[in-house]
Design a protein around this ligand. Sequence first.
Ligand code: 0YR
Ligand code: MG
Length: 370
Amino acid sequence: MKITKLEPFILHVPVTRQGIADSTHQISHWGYPGVIIHTDTGHKGYGFSGTHAELAGDRIIVDFITNVYGPLLIGEDPRATNHLWQKLYRHPPSQWIGRAGISHLALGAIDIALWDLKAKEAEKPLWQLLGGSDTKSVEAYNTDCGWLNWSFDELVSDAKDSVERRGFPGIKMKVGSPNPTTDLKRIEAVRKAIGPEIKLMVDANGKWDLNTATRIGNKFADYDILWFEEPIWYDDILGHQELAASISTPIALGEQLYSADAFTAFINARAVSFCQPDVVRVAGITEWLVVADLASAHNLPVVSHVGDMMQVHLHLAQSHPATNHLEYIPWCRKAFVEPATVESGFFVTPQEPGAGTTFSSEAFEKFNVL
Ligand code: 0YR
Ligand code: MG
Protein backbone atom coordinates (compact mmCIF):
# COMPACT_ATOMS: atom_id res chain seq x y z
CA MET A 1 0.00 0.00 0.00
CA LYS A 2 1.36 3.41 -0.98
CA ILE A 3 0.29 6.97 -0.28
CA THR A 4 -0.85 8.71 -3.46
CA LYS A 5 -2.50 11.97 -2.39
CA LEU A 6 -3.26 14.23 0.57
CA GLU A 7 -6.61 15.98 0.58
CA PRO A 8 -6.92 18.73 3.20
CA PHE A 9 -10.11 19.92 4.89
CA ILE A 10 -11.23 22.23 7.68
CA LEU A 11 -14.51 21.47 9.43
CA HIS A 12 -16.00 23.94 11.88
CA VAL A 13 -18.68 22.15 13.86
CA PRO A 14 -20.96 24.17 16.18
CA VAL A 15 -20.75 22.95 19.78
CA THR A 16 -24.01 21.70 21.21
CA ARG A 17 -26.15 23.90 23.44
CA GLN A 18 -24.93 27.46 23.88
CA GLY A 19 -21.23 28.31 23.47
CA ILE A 20 -19.16 27.04 26.37
CA ALA A 21 -16.48 28.61 28.52
CA ASP A 22 -13.82 27.48 30.94
CA SER A 23 -11.43 29.81 32.76
CA THR A 24 -9.37 30.46 29.62
CA HIS A 25 -11.35 29.45 26.53
CA GLN A 26 -14.66 30.46 25.00
CA ILE A 27 -15.90 28.28 22.21
CA SER A 28 -18.81 28.35 19.81
CA HIS A 29 -17.36 25.91 17.25
CA TRP A 30 -14.88 23.06 17.35
CA GLY A 31 -12.30 23.14 14.55
CA TYR A 32 -11.05 20.06 12.72
CA PRO A 33 -8.23 21.06 10.36
CA GLY A 34 -7.23 17.77 8.83
CA VAL A 35 -6.41 15.52 5.94
CA ILE A 36 -7.71 12.54 4.02
CA ILE A 37 -4.76 10.37 3.00
CA HIS A 38 -5.43 8.47 -0.22
CA THR A 39 -3.66 5.25 -1.23
CA ASP A 40 -3.18 3.08 -4.29
CA THR A 41 -5.41 0.39 -2.73
CA GLY A 42 -8.38 2.76 -2.51
CA HIS A 43 -8.28 2.91 1.29
CA LYS A 44 -8.66 6.40 2.76
CA GLY A 45 -7.39 7.50 6.16
CA TYR A 46 -8.98 10.40 8.08
CA GLY A 47 -6.93 12.45 10.52
CA PHE A 48 -7.30 15.86 12.05
CA SER A 49 -6.30 18.18 14.81
CA GLY A 50 -8.71 19.84 17.25
CA THR A 51 -8.87 23.61 17.59
CA HIS A 52 -11.09 26.43 18.70
CA ALA A 53 -12.01 27.07 15.09
CA GLU A 54 -10.06 30.17 14.25
CA LEU A 55 -9.94 29.92 10.48
CA ALA A 56 -6.64 31.73 9.97
CA GLY A 57 -4.85 29.39 12.39
CA ASP A 58 -6.54 26.31 10.97
CA ARG A 59 -5.35 27.29 7.50
CA ILE A 60 -1.74 27.36 8.68
CA ILE A 61 -2.06 23.87 10.15
CA VAL A 62 -3.52 22.53 6.91
CA ASP A 63 -0.83 24.34 4.92
CA PHE A 64 1.84 22.64 7.03
CA ILE A 65 0.21 19.25 6.44
CA THR A 66 0.00 19.55 2.68
CA ASN A 67 3.00 21.67 1.76
CA VAL A 68 5.67 20.81 4.34
CA TYR A 69 4.90 17.22 5.34
CA GLY A 70 2.93 16.19 2.24
CA PRO A 71 5.88 15.78 -0.13
CA LEU A 72 7.65 13.58 2.46
CA LEU A 73 4.74 11.16 2.46
CA ILE A 74 3.94 10.52 -1.20
CA GLY A 75 4.98 6.98 -2.20
CA GLU A 76 5.47 5.81 1.41
CA ASP A 77 3.71 2.81 2.97
CA PRO A 78 1.19 4.40 5.40
CA ARG A 79 1.37 1.42 7.77
CA ALA A 80 4.97 2.32 8.73
CA THR A 81 3.73 4.65 11.48
CA ASN A 82 6.90 4.69 13.62
CA HIS A 83 9.11 5.24 10.61
CA LEU A 84 6.96 8.04 9.21
CA TRP A 85 6.51 9.79 12.56
CA GLN A 86 10.28 9.93 12.99
CA LYS A 87 10.82 10.95 9.37
CA LEU A 88 8.47 13.93 9.77
CA TYR A 89 9.34 14.90 13.34
CA ARG A 90 13.09 14.82 12.70
CA HIS A 91 12.94 16.23 9.18
CA PRO A 92 15.73 18.82 9.71
CA PRO A 93 14.04 21.97 8.32
CA SER A 94 10.76 21.13 10.09
CA GLN A 95 12.50 20.20 13.32
CA TRP A 96 14.14 23.62 13.26
CA ILE A 97 10.79 25.42 13.16
CA GLY A 98 8.73 22.77 14.91
CA ARG A 99 8.59 20.20 17.73
CA ALA A 100 5.51 21.89 19.24
CA GLY A 101 2.62 24.13 18.24
CA ILE A 102 1.35 24.26 14.67
CA SER A 103 3.86 21.82 13.16
CA HIS A 104 3.06 19.31 15.89
CA LEU A 105 -0.69 19.62 15.42
CA ALA A 106 -0.09 19.05 11.71
CA LEU A 107 1.98 15.94 12.41
CA GLY A 108 -0.76 14.69 14.75
CA ALA A 109 -3.40 14.96 12.03
CA ILE A 110 -1.21 12.96 9.66
CA ASP A 111 -0.30 10.31 12.23
CA ILE A 112 -3.97 9.78 13.11
CA ALA A 113 -4.85 9.37 9.42
CA LEU A 114 -2.04 6.79 9.06
CA TRP A 115 -3.35 4.73 12.00
CA ASP A 116 -6.86 4.98 10.60
CA LEU A 117 -5.54 3.59 7.31
CA LYS A 118 -3.58 0.84 9.02
CA ALA A 119 -6.68 -0.31 10.91
CA LYS A 120 -8.93 -0.04 7.87
CA GLU A 121 -6.52 -2.07 5.78
CA ALA A 122 -6.44 -4.71 8.54
CA GLU A 123 -10.27 -4.54 8.59
CA LYS A 124 -10.25 -4.04 12.33
CA PRO A 125 -11.26 -1.32 14.73
CA LEU A 126 -8.07 0.35 15.97
CA TRP A 127 -8.47 -0.96 19.54
CA GLN A 128 -8.33 -4.51 18.19
CA LEU A 129 -5.22 -3.80 16.11
CA LEU A 130 -3.62 -2.44 19.32
CA GLY A 131 -4.34 -5.60 21.30
CA GLY A 132 -7.51 -4.51 23.08
CA SER A 133 -10.56 -6.55 23.97
CA ASP A 134 -14.25 -5.72 23.88
CA THR A 135 -14.60 -7.31 27.31
CA LYS A 136 -12.95 -4.19 28.75
CA SER A 137 -15.35 -1.47 29.95
CA VAL A 138 -14.26 2.15 29.68
CA GLU A 139 -15.98 4.29 32.29
CA ALA A 140 -17.22 7.72 31.20
CA TYR A 141 -17.25 10.97 33.08
CA ASN A 142 -19.22 13.95 31.86
CA THR A 143 -17.55 17.33 31.35
CA ASP A 144 -20.41 18.80 29.34
CA CYS A 145 -22.36 19.76 32.45
CA GLY A 146 -19.88 21.83 34.39
CA TRP A 147 -18.89 24.80 32.24
CA LEU A 148 -17.85 28.01 33.92
CA ASN A 149 -20.45 30.05 32.05
CA TRP A 150 -23.28 27.89 33.41
CA SER A 151 -25.20 29.79 36.10
CA PHE A 152 -25.20 28.37 39.61
CA ASP A 153 -28.67 26.85 39.09
CA GLU A 154 -27.88 25.48 35.61
CA LEU A 155 -24.72 23.89 36.93
CA VAL A 156 -26.42 22.18 39.85
CA SER A 157 -29.37 20.89 37.84
CA ASP A 158 -27.14 19.74 34.96
CA ALA A 159 -24.84 17.90 37.38
CA LYS A 160 -27.79 16.22 39.05
CA ASP A 161 -29.30 15.28 35.71
CA SER A 162 -25.99 13.79 34.52
CA VAL A 163 -25.84 11.35 37.38
CA GLU A 164 -29.47 10.68 38.24
CA ARG A 165 -31.13 10.47 34.85
CA ARG A 166 -28.18 9.87 32.51
CA GLY A 167 -26.23 7.52 34.77
CA PHE A 168 -22.74 9.04 34.66
CA PRO A 169 -20.58 7.67 37.51
CA GLY A 170 -18.45 10.85 37.45
CA ILE A 171 -18.54 14.48 36.38
CA LYS A 172 -16.03 17.29 35.96
CA MET A 173 -16.66 20.95 36.61
CA LYS A 174 -14.67 24.00 35.65
CA VAL A 175 -13.13 26.32 38.22
CA GLY A 176 -10.83 29.30 37.90
CA SER A 177 -13.31 32.12 38.52
CA PRO A 178 -11.88 35.58 39.18
CA ASN A 179 -13.03 35.16 42.77
CA PRO A 180 -12.16 31.58 43.82
CA THR A 181 -14.64 31.52 46.70
CA THR A 182 -17.34 31.44 43.98
CA ASP A 183 -15.79 28.17 42.81
CA LEU A 184 -15.87 26.71 46.31
CA LYS A 185 -19.57 27.55 46.62
CA ARG A 186 -20.28 25.90 43.28
CA ILE A 187 -18.29 22.80 44.24
CA GLU A 188 -20.09 22.54 47.57
CA ALA A 189 -23.49 22.75 45.87
CA VAL A 190 -22.59 20.20 43.19
CA ARG A 191 -21.20 17.70 45.73
CA LYS A 192 -24.39 18.07 47.76
CA ALA A 193 -26.55 17.56 44.67
CA ILE A 194 -24.79 14.43 43.39
CA GLY A 195 -24.15 12.74 46.75
CA PRO A 196 -20.98 11.16 48.10
CA GLU A 197 -20.64 8.20 45.71
CA ILE A 198 -20.13 10.04 42.41
CA LYS A 199 -16.63 10.93 41.21
CA LEU A 200 -16.16 14.69 41.10
CA MET A 201 -13.22 16.37 39.35
CA VAL A 202 -12.33 20.07 39.00
CA ASP A 203 -10.43 21.75 36.17
CA ALA A 204 -8.86 25.24 36.39
CA ASN A 205 -7.44 25.18 32.82
CA GLY A 206 -4.15 26.67 33.99
CA LYS A 207 -5.66 29.87 35.32
CA TRP A 208 -4.46 30.22 38.88
CA ASP A 209 -1.09 31.14 40.34
CA LEU A 210 0.60 28.80 42.79
CA ASN A 211 -0.60 30.68 45.89
CA THR A 212 -4.24 30.62 44.82
CA ALA A 213 -4.06 26.99 43.71
CA THR A 214 -2.54 26.00 47.06
CA ARG A 215 -5.01 27.98 49.15
CA ILE A 216 -8.10 26.80 47.26
CA GLY A 217 -6.71 23.33 46.55
CA ASN A 218 -6.35 22.72 50.27
CA LYS A 219 -10.13 23.01 50.62
CA PHE A 220 -10.91 20.43 47.95
CA ALA A 221 -10.43 17.53 50.36
CA ASP A 222 -13.67 18.60 52.09
CA TYR A 223 -15.57 17.71 48.91
CA ASP A 224 -13.75 14.50 48.03
CA ILE A 225 -12.37 15.79 44.71
CA LEU A 226 -10.77 12.98 42.71
CA TRP A 227 -8.35 15.27 40.89
CA PHE A 228 -7.40 18.93 40.50
CA GLU A 229 -6.75 19.47 36.79
CA GLU A 230 -4.42 22.08 35.30
CA PRO A 231 -4.22 24.13 38.49
CA ILE A 232 -1.49 26.51 37.27
CA TRP A 233 0.46 27.42 34.13
CA TYR A 234 0.91 24.31 31.97
CA ASP A 235 4.70 24.22 31.74
CA ASP A 236 5.57 25.04 35.35
CA ILE A 237 7.04 21.75 36.55
CA LEU A 238 8.38 23.01 39.88
CA GLY A 239 5.13 24.81 40.66
CA HIS A 240 3.15 21.60 40.15
CA GLN A 241 5.72 19.68 42.17
CA GLU A 242 5.32 22.07 45.09
CA LEU A 243 1.53 22.03 44.83
CA ALA A 244 1.39 18.23 44.68
CA ALA A 245 3.46 18.06 47.87
CA SER A 246 1.29 20.56 49.73
CA ILE A 247 -2.32 19.55 49.00
CA SER A 248 -3.92 16.13 49.36
CA THR A 249 -5.99 16.24 46.14
CA PRO A 250 -4.06 14.56 43.27
CA ILE A 251 -2.98 16.64 40.27
CA ALA A 252 -4.11 15.88 36.71
CA LEU A 253 -2.49 17.46 33.66
CA GLY A 254 -1.23 16.84 30.17
CA GLU A 255 -3.72 18.32 27.70
CA GLN A 256 -1.22 21.10 26.92
CA LEU A 257 1.96 18.97 26.87
CA TYR A 258 3.49 18.31 23.47
CA SER A 259 5.80 15.36 24.04
CA ALA A 260 6.75 12.28 25.98
CA ASP A 261 9.78 14.32 27.12
CA ALA A 262 7.45 16.78 28.85
CA PHE A 263 5.51 13.97 30.55
CA THR A 264 8.79 12.43 31.66
CA ALA A 265 9.80 15.68 33.35
CA PHE A 266 6.48 16.00 35.23
CA ILE A 267 6.46 12.33 36.23
CA ASN A 268 10.07 12.44 37.45
CA ALA A 269 9.24 15.51 39.54
CA ARG A 270 6.24 13.69 41.06
CA ALA A 271 4.20 16.65 39.86
CA VAL A 272 1.37 14.65 38.25
CA SER A 273 -0.91 11.80 39.37
CA PHE A 274 -3.33 11.50 36.44
CA CYS A 275 -1.71 11.76 32.99
CA GLN A 276 -3.93 13.34 30.36
CA PRO A 277 -2.25 13.10 26.96
CA ASP A 278 -4.22 14.23 23.93
CA VAL A 279 -3.44 12.77 20.50
CA VAL A 280 -3.83 16.25 19.05
CA ARG A 281 -1.22 17.81 21.28
CA VAL A 282 1.36 14.98 21.31
CA ALA A 283 1.31 14.71 17.51
CA GLY A 284 -0.78 11.62 17.19
CA ILE A 285 -1.35 8.07 18.31
CA THR A 286 2.30 7.06 17.92
CA GLU A 287 3.50 9.43 20.64
CA TRP A 288 0.32 8.93 22.73
CA LEU A 289 1.31 5.27 23.01
CA VAL A 290 4.79 6.26 24.23
CA VAL A 291 3.24 8.53 26.88
CA ALA A 292 0.73 5.88 27.97
CA ASP A 293 3.49 3.25 28.28
CA LEU A 294 5.58 5.74 30.24
CA ALA A 295 2.72 6.43 32.65
CA SER A 296 2.07 2.71 32.90
CA ALA A 297 5.71 2.03 33.80
CA HIS A 298 5.30 4.51 36.67
CA ASN A 299 1.97 3.01 37.75
CA LEU A 300 0.10 6.19 36.91
CA PRO A 301 -3.38 6.19 35.37
CA VAL A 302 -3.96 7.69 31.93
CA VAL A 303 -7.20 9.59 31.34
CA SER A 304 -6.94 11.15 27.89
CA HIS A 305 -7.97 14.72 27.36
CA VAL A 306 -10.88 14.67 24.97
CA GLY A 307 -11.49 18.30 23.97
CA ASP A 308 -13.57 16.94 21.20
CA MET A 309 -11.49 14.04 20.05
CA MET A 310 -13.59 11.41 21.75
CA GLN A 311 -13.77 8.71 19.07
CA VAL A 312 -10.04 8.13 18.64
CA HIS A 313 -9.35 8.33 22.38
CA LEU A 314 -12.01 5.72 22.95
CA HIS A 315 -10.11 3.26 20.73
CA LEU A 316 -6.96 3.96 22.76
CA ALA A 317 -8.75 3.58 26.11
CA GLN A 318 -10.28 0.33 24.89
CA SER A 319 -6.83 -1.09 24.25
CA HIS A 320 -4.29 0.41 26.66
CA PRO A 321 -3.96 -1.13 30.16
CA ALA A 322 -3.16 2.24 31.82
CA THR A 323 -6.52 3.76 30.94
CA ASN A 324 -9.97 2.84 32.23
CA HIS A 325 -11.74 6.21 32.17
CA LEU A 326 -12.53 8.70 29.45
CA GLU A 327 -13.94 12.20 29.30
CA TYR A 328 -17.33 12.63 27.62
CA ILE A 329 -17.76 15.77 25.49
CA PRO A 330 -20.48 15.17 22.90
CA TRP A 331 -20.33 18.39 20.85
CA CYS A 332 -19.40 16.88 17.52
CA ARG A 333 -20.28 13.22 17.85
CA LYS A 334 -23.01 13.50 15.19
CA ALA A 335 -20.43 14.51 12.57
CA PHE A 336 -18.88 11.03 12.66
CA VAL A 337 -19.87 7.81 10.94
CA GLU A 338 -19.58 6.00 14.27
CA PRO A 339 -20.13 8.46 17.15
CA ALA A 340 -18.82 7.50 20.59
CA THR A 341 -21.79 6.52 22.74
CA VAL A 342 -22.26 6.08 26.48
CA GLU A 343 -24.74 3.64 27.97
CA SER A 344 -25.27 3.38 31.73
CA GLY A 345 -22.03 5.20 32.41
CA PHE A 346 -19.78 3.16 30.10
CA PHE A 347 -18.67 3.67 26.51
CA VAL A 348 -20.02 1.31 23.88
CA THR A 349 -17.13 -0.49 22.15
CA PRO A 350 -16.71 0.79 18.58
CA GLN A 351 -17.05 -1.81 15.82
CA GLU A 352 -16.19 -0.07 12.53
CA PRO A 353 -12.72 -0.70 11.06
CA GLY A 354 -10.40 2.28 11.53
CA ALA A 355 -9.64 4.80 14.25
CA GLY A 356 -13.17 6.20 14.55
CA THR A 357 -12.16 9.34 12.66
CA THR A 358 -14.29 9.03 9.53
CA PHE A 359 -16.71 11.92 9.13
CA SER A 360 -20.09 11.44 7.51
CA SER A 361 -20.50 12.91 4.03
CA GLU A 362 -23.22 15.22 5.40
CA ALA A 363 -20.71 16.62 7.90
CA PHE A 364 -18.37 17.46 5.03
CA GLU A 365 -21.12 19.18 3.08
CA LYS A 366 -22.34 21.14 6.08
CA PHE A 367 -19.17 22.07 7.93
CA ASN A 368 -16.21 22.24 5.50
CA VAL A 369 -14.99 25.83 5.47
CA LEU A 370 -11.78 25.37 3.49
C1 0YR B 1 -11.57 24.01 25.69
N1 0YR B 1 -11.10 19.32 29.23
C2 0YR B 1 -10.84 20.56 28.93
C3 0YR B 1 -12.36 22.95 26.36
C4 0YR B 1 -11.59 21.05 27.73
C5 0YR B 1 -11.65 22.54 27.62
O1 0YR B 1 -10.67 23.40 24.82
O2 0YR B 1 -12.45 21.90 25.48
O3 0YR B 1 -12.34 23.11 28.65
O4 0YR B 1 -10.94 20.56 26.61
O5 0YR B 1 -10.08 21.21 29.58
O6 0YR B 1 -10.46 18.74 30.21
MG1 MG C 1 -8.98 20.04 31.03
